[in-house]
Design a protein around this ligand. Structure first.
Ligand code: DP6
Length: 332
């Protein structure tokens, strides 16, 4: 165990093409459906961790300020997993920084927990494999399991109550199909309802929930195939279907959950119009009002131009596909 040594890990957020929405078991945070995502480049969480035997609890800072109480608890419960495995009950100082807006539907919990898992693995010298780390990262946040890997990634729902088969694995490295992602920020306020609560309400009250879970297997099979043969049209079609279906599920909960604003809807129309005109681009949207436009590399500048001047788009972040979560300081 590295006492007092500074370990820094970096992980990128990811965007799901086949969405995760719903849990089969709350304990262990086990997903009801598998999911497929792309890990982004340029955007990241950078997490510094130092084990300090003088602490009587973990100390967590997010973007330079002490984390909120619920965040402190989430970090502590997460690091307990590493303490349990190592048998060493030492607490940590954790400083995490995101270079992108937090809580704006950009999955900062995914990159945050992936970076924390990688840093803690090193600090406690557990030598866990990336797959094992994805199982642990999942317990921080379901989507965090996918940020352990780069490029195209699949998360398995699994069946075991202990969650050992609910892991993520890479499908294709980023350089093998270097798609581009333009993130349209349409609001900077904190989202109305977090994913955890949104999916719980959907599962408990939507009449469509069972159909959603059943249909996910077909979406995953088709998406895996589209990625392996680099079929962009198919990728676009399944992604938009999975996204709209997930939002349809949220809308059909009681009370219904609507994550979009007016600009979100206008962007959906605009991106579909662009695709009809022959520009290889499609949209996806997570538990917030931001729209992510995904395109082939050759369409990047055209998509950027179309979206950055679009009414209601406050900021546009354009990025490619990124690598796996990794240690950047404190290597050996
Ligand atoms: C809409 O991973 O944030 O982004 O497991 O409860 O922490 P918890 O949920 P989280 O949910 C992500 C939901 C989504 C779709 C996706 O990323 O697959």
């Amino acid at each position: 165990m590295y006492i007092g040594k500074k370990i820094i890990a970096l992980a990128h957020p990811n965007i799901a093409l086949v969405k995760y929405w719903g849990k089969r078991q709350k304990r262990g945070n086990l997903p009801a459906v598998g999911s497929i995502s792309i890990t982004l480049d340029t955007l990241y969480s950078r997490t510094k961790l130092v084990l300090d035997p003088s602490l009587s609890g973990d100390v967590f800072y997010l973007n330079g300020v002490p984390g909120l109480e619920n965040q402190q608890i989430r970090v502590q419960v997460f690091l307990d997993l590493f303490r349990q495995r190592s048998g060493r009950w030492v607490y940590a100082r954790v400083d995490s920084e995101n270079n992108f807006p937090t809580a704006a539907g950009l999955a900062s919990s995914a990159s945050g927990f992936a970076a924390l898992a990688v840093a803690a693995n090193r600090a406690f010298q557990l030598k866990l494999s990336p797959r094992e780390l994805s199982v642990i990262a999942r317990q921080g946040s379901g989507s965090a399991a996918r940020s352990i890997f780069g490029g195209f990634v699949e998360m398995h729902a699994g069946k075991n109550p202990d969650g050992s088969d609910a892991f993520a694995e890479p499908l294709l490295p980023p350089e093998d199909w270097p798609l581009q992602v333009a993130i349209c920020i349409t609001s900077t306020s904190v989202k109305a309802m977090g994913s955890t609560e949104g999916m719980e309400r959907s599962a408990n009250s939507s009449p469509f929930y069972n159909a959603w879970v059943q249909a996910s297997v077909k979406d995953l099979n088709e998406m895996r195939q589209a990625i392996l043969i680099r079929d962009f049209e198919k990728l676009a079609e399944i992604s938009e279907h999975s996204c709209l279906k997930m939002h349809g599920l949220a809308l059909s909960a009681r009370p219904g959950i609507l994550y979009w604003n007016g600009t979100t809807v206008e962007l959906i129309h605009h991106i579909r119009r662009l695709r009809r005109q022959g520009i290889p681009v499609f949209f996806t949207i997570d538990a917030g009002p931001q729209v992510k436009a995904i395109c082939l590399p050759e369409a990047r500048e055209q998509v950027r131009q179309e979206l950055e001047s679009f009414p209601g788009v406050m900021q546009l972040l354009v990025t490619g596909l990124g690598k796996a979560a990794r240690i950047v300081e404190g290597q050996s």
